[in-house]
Design a protein around this ligand. Structure first.
Ligand code: SF4
Length: 343
């Protein structure tokens, strides 16, 4: 794997060539006749204290990749290494030990928190499951409530009594109870209004910096991902198509899909505003992906080669991009795709 994919030599998480598909249809005998390719040969790494943003449209496979990292799903192929230990096939006590080191925050705190439980019991549940004493649980729960910007007295209330932002703070406190080193944040602010989004993002940044946490931050909104991420990986139809430092990806997109995502990103500075690129057509079905480049049906730069050969990720300095504009010719060879006029 190249430096762009690995981030640094001392990664907390290394994902190599991970793939996952699901049965999409079966015949009368129950035999699988078609499969949905959710994630295809995805590789990424995260360093301690680093945030890797994973961005893409709905159906790009980013949440499936997050669940594979968490081992909530089994991989079909590839390897997941957490803090130097291969956890790809981990089961039982080995998986339990890995789960202590990594936790997940889901998009919708309404459904991820049991409304019939007191907040202090929700936060203390992972500690109880790992045999922490009652006195230690109570002390830890108070500390966690304060850490996420709530009052210790909030522990005696039900999650259903709180606003969406407060419920997400409870979900974050629960995720931090076991003091993980890696947190997978799966669209953690998507269900919140804009001002609450900013507060929860700020809290996540502050917790990361205070605790040295690493995040895999999954979202469909590139502006949100750029705000919090050190590096960004862009996913399209199950594949990572571009990865690199967040500022570089947003200043000089190499992939036409990244350019389209960026064009929808609001900028307070008029000089930075881009012409909006409206993607035409639907994202192809992951059950029936086109040959060659997966983005070819919506790409204004598509060439004959794009319809035949699937581009591989190629490294240009800190950035990797999978697009024939960079490897055929080369026409761009690592430069921003914005310099090419669209057809
Ligand atoms: Fe577009 Fe071809 Fe690049 Fe795919 S490989 S993004 S179709 S130019």
């Amino acid at each position: 794997m190249s430096e762009a994919a690995t981030g640094t030599a001392t990664s907390i998480l290394d994902v190599s060539d991970v793939s996952k598909s699901f049965p999409a249809s079966k015949d009368l005998l129950g035999r699988v006749t078609a499969r949905l390719q959710a994630v295809v040969q995805a590789s990424l790494s995260i360093a301690p204290g680093e945030t890797l943003g994973l961005v893409g449209e709905s159906g790009s496979g980013k949440s499936t990749l997050g669940r594979l990292v968490m081992r909530l799903l089994d991989v079909d192929a590839g390897r997941i290494v957490l803090e130097g230990s291969d956890i790809t096939e981990a089961r039982g006590s080995e998986l339990r030990a890995a789960r202590r080191k990594m936790q997940i925050v889901f998009q919708d705190p309404q459904s991820s928190l049991d409304p019939n439980w007191l907040v202090r019991d929700i936060i203390a549940e992972p500690l109880r499951a790992y045999g922490v004493t009652r006195a230690e649980r109570e002390a830890a729960t108070e500390r966690l409530l304060v850490d996420v910007g709530l009052e210790p007295t909030h522990g005696a209330r039900y999650a259903s009594e709180f606003s969406g932002g407060q419920r997400q703070r409870v979900a974050i406190a629960r995720a931090l109870a076991l003091e993980p080193n890696l947190v997978v944040c799966d669209e953690p602010v998507s269900a919140l209004d804009v001002s609450t989004q900013a507060q929860v993002l700020s809290l996540l940044e502050s917790l990361r910096d205070r605790r040295g946490l690493a995040y895999l931050f999954i979202a469909h909104d590139l502006a949100v991902v750029h705000h919090i991420s050190h590096r960004i990986a862009v996913m399209y139809l199950g594949r990572i198509v571009e990865v690199g430092p967040a500022d570089e990806i947003c200043r000089r997109p190499r992939h036409p899909y990244t350019e389209a995502l960026l064009s929808a990103m609001p900028s307070p500075n008029p000089a930075d505003r881009r012409q909006r690129i409206l993607l035409t057509g639907e994202m192809p079905s992951p059950v029936n992906t086109p040959p060659g480049c997966r983005f070819q049906t919506r790409c204004t730069h598509a060439m004959d080669r794009c319809r035949e050969i699937e581009p591989e990720l190629v490294a240009f300095g800190d950035v990797e991009v999978a697009c024939h504009l960079h490897d055929s010719g080369p026409i761009l060879a690592g430069a921003s795709v914005t310099v090419i006029p669209r057809k």
